[in-house]
Design a binder for this molecule. Structure first.
Ligand SMILES: O=C(CO)[C@@H](O)[C@H](O)[C@H](O)[C@H](O)COP(=O)(O)O
Ligand SMILES: [Zn+2]
Length: 195
């Protein structure tokens, strides 16, 4: 196997996938960034969740909010629901793995907060249960989704946003989702602190 050739293929696939996604996601990203800023200015916070690489992306987003992105600004309120292993293991052990985010949302979520739900398949039951729990708490949802969307789009309500990176590879979708997260952070900062 020619490893350099294979690396070349992976880079090409990633760049091509991201460029193909652009016309599909630009509008939803812009609307999502506006929704986030509106909710933050009204005193809301952002809860994030996802599994595996999606959990990493959820924590990446919340850390860029709580700390900062590329420029100086005060921290912004965001909580990654993936980060507290004591809580996650207790909920999974006492109830069900599908409940790990939903139970936290029913406790921490308030009307005016937002859920950033991250999945590449749209079929992760714990993420879909999180969306239902957010709606119970009158929260709006931004779904960072992938592939053919899975079951997730059927759960969204008016006022929610879906940003969907198409494609067959979970890894490539995750890479596109990280780019979306950086776009959101850039647009949030531009609206809050200018160009
Ligand atoms: O990072 C990767 C694959 O690149 C994996 O850890 C991947 O995130 C996991 O298989 C997740 O459980 C997939 O969940 P989802 O994106 O379908 O909701
Ligand atoms: Zn991965």
């Amino acid at each position: 196997m020619n490893l350099i050739e294979h690396i070349n293929d992976i880079f090409n696939q990633s760049v091509q996938q991201q460029m193909e996604s652009l016309p599909l996601v630009a509008g939803p990203i812009a609307r999502s960034a506006e929704l986030i800023v509106l909710r933050l200015l009204e005193g809301g916070k952002i809860l994030t969740c996802g599994n595996g690489g999606g959990a990493g992306n959820a924590q990446h987003f919340s850390s860029l909010m709580l700390n900062r992105f590329e420029r100086e600004r005060p921290g912004l309120p965001a909580v990654a629901l993936t980060a507290d292993s004591a809580t996650l293991t207790a909920i999974a052990n006492d109830y069900d793995y599908d409940e790990i985010f939903a139970k936290q949302i029913r406790t921490l979520g308030h009307p005016g907060d937002l859920l950033l739900a991250i999945t590449t398949s749209g079929n992760s039951e714990n993420v879909n249960a999180a969306i239902a729990a957010a709606h119970e708490r009158q929260m709006r949802v931004i779904a960072l989704n992938g592939r053919d969307g899975g079951r997730l789009p059927g759960l969204l309500q008016e006022g929610d946003e879906e940003i969907r990176i198409p494609g067959e590879s979970t890894a490539r979708v995750l890479e596109g989702q990280l780019l979306v997260i950086h776009c959101l952070c850039d647009l949030i900062d531009r609206q809050l602190i200018g160009n």
